[in-house]
Design a protein around this ligand. Structure first.
Ligand code: SAM
Length: 264
């Protein structure tokens, strides 16, 4: 595992020591964070898709459609979808590119990547249009300048080291390539934060408990969203990694934001 002693700079304010980080609202070692994040996704993998629908009221589908629509890809593009999970983004991108394009799904978690593999088979993308490769998003198993587009949806807030991930996305992108990140962010509509907090902290862990029997994983989900940098801070991290023309579009009043940047 890469860089386990590195403290994520978005989380330094109340970390107790340089080798600690956060798992939701708990202070833990880097090693423990990685293990517990993997535990969360191993636990939820088989019910991940249904939980997404229940927790977002189906909204995650339109957030993802919007991301796919804005991807600067076409026939012949090579795309990397990091933290691909069950493959919604990768499948959408593959369908957008058609038979000449190729998408690589990568994820650190075996059970989640297996869900993605099942779905790309069902989508008829094998052989030739999609691959699954297990790899840490902060230590990608790909050569420099390999992809026309690198995407990540709802994955980066789980990384131990967000900056290491962004540096890797920059490294594997071809010059001229596009980086896109869909992630939970900060509500910008007046009053929305109060409703959103009430829903997130009271309802989401309850749905998790009833449907999966695993309340703790969904409590982590909610807390990890609150710990993630807001739109402006995340834009700065993306620019610091070397990306240019960095911008973001809020969705659902800022509950989710789509950040984009380019390797010029
Ligand atoms: N992208 C999918 C989607 O939008 O539905 C899945 C998102 S799921 C909330 C987060 C994913 O991030 C999980 O599949 C998890 O295994 C993966 N993940 C967490 N830490 C990772 C890391 N360091 N490297 C690669 N993937 C990671």
């Amino acid at each position: 595992m890469n860089d386990l002693n590195h403290t994520n700079n978005t989380e330094t304010a109340d970390s107790q020591a340089s080798d600690t980080t956060h798992f939701g609202y708990e202070t833990v070692s880097g090693q423990e964070k990685v293990e517990r994040v993997m535990g969360v996704f191993s636990s939820v993998a088989s019910q991940y898709d249904i939980m997404n629908d229940l927790m977002s009221g189906g909204m995650h589908r339109s957030w993802k459609r919007c991301m796919i629509a804005k991807a600067a890809i076409g026939a012949g593009s090579w795309v990397l979808d990091v933290a691909a999970g069950s493959g919604d983004i990768a499948i959408g991108l593959a369908n957008k590119m058609g038979s000449a394009g190729r998408v690589v799904l990568t994820d650190l978690n075996g059970p989640m990547l297996l869900e993605g593999a099942r779905r790309i088979i069902d989508a008829g993308l094998l052989p030739g249009r999609a691959d699954c490769i297990q790899s840490d998003g902060t230590k990608l198993a790909f050569d420099d300048n390999s992809f026309d587009c690198v995407t990540i949806a709802f994955g980066i807030r789980n990384f131990l080291d967000i900056e290491a991930g962004l540096a890797e996305f920059y490294r594997v992108l071809k010059p001229g390539g596009q980086f896109m990140c869909l992630e939970f962010s900060r509500p910008v509509l007046p009053g929305l934060d109060v409703i959103y907090d009430a829903f997130s902290f009271n309802i989401i862990p309850l749905i998790g408990e009833k449907v999966t029997g695993d309340r703790a994983s969904y409590q982590y989900l909610v807390e990890s969203i609150r710990r993630f940098p807001d739109q402006q801070r995340f834009s700065k991290l993306i620019a610091n990694a070397g990306f240019e023309l960095v911008k973001h579009d809020n969705m659902s009043g800022g509950i989710v934001a789509l950040h984009r940047g380019y390797k010029v």
